[in-house]
Design a protein around this ligand. Structure first.
Ligand code: IMP
Length: 204
């Protein structure tokens, strides 16, 4: 370990925030749709609403793997009430950019949810098929209630078959990546939400 790293790890002195990278740094990104700073601001607003909503009975936050991981990590750290977390994995699109409508559980919860308040944390609601399937599965386990917070909701018809209680941003009906969302496993680490160059996803 270098001297600098030892000092940083040993003293716990506040470290300066790293300089933000230029938003256009990633190859293949056509344009940034939701900037990092917009996400930070909106996440804090959502956290305040959730703090109020769950003041008397803190929820079990359920992140839907893998895309919701980054949003969930930021959202829960902006909340001040005590929360517990768990994760579920359901089958995703793989390398396709449209939902097949076929959903199955790949990883189930570690917690029982009977008699608890549940907050599903989603990265994006597109057709709503994934969410509708999840709600159905979880409702059969008799929680007190299930609410949904999604970072992104696509503005499309028909409307999703489920209620999304809190939405970060409503976006146009385009395929997006970044801030947890992938295309063929890539781009999840972008700190913003972006639209890819259409030639990359075979739609150009
Ligand atoms: P839905 O079932 O069509 O609502 O899609 C749900 C899941 O598909 C989301 O949780 C994402 O993992 C994935 N998904 C939907 N739209 C996009 C997108 O534009 N980019 C990346 N992943 C997406």
């Amino acid at each position: 370990m270098s001297d600098a790293a030892e000092t940083a790890a040993g003293t716990l002195e506040p470290q300066p925030e790293p300089e933000p990278e230029p938003e256009s740094r990633a190859a293949g990104v056509a344009r940034v749709l939701v900037s990092r700073s917009a996400i930070v601001t909106r996440t804090i607003e959502l956290a305040r609403e959730l703090d109020r909503e769950y003041q008397t009975a803190p929820p079990l936050m359920i992140g839907v793997l893998t895309g919701a991981v980054i949003f969930m990590a930021d959202l829960m750290r902006a909340m001040t009430i005590p929360v517990e977390i768990d994760f579920m994995a359901v089958s995703s699109y793989g390398a396709a950019t449209k939902s097949s409508g076929v959903v199955r559980i790949l990883k189930d919860l570690n917690h029982e949810i009977e008699g608890r308040r549940v907050l599903i944390v989603e990265d994006i609601v597109d057709s709503g098929l994934t969410l509708s399937y999840l709600m159905d599965v979880l409702e059969h386990r008799n929680p007190i209630d299930i609410r949904v917070v999604a970072l992104l909701l696509k503005d499309k018809q028909p409307l999703p078959p489920v209620r999304v209680d809190l939405v970060g941003f409503t976006i146009p009906d385009e395929f997006v990546v970044g801030y947890g969302l992938d295309y063929a496993g890539r781009y999840r680490n972008l700190p913003y939400v972006a639209v890819l160059d259409p030639t990359l996803i075979g739609e150009g």
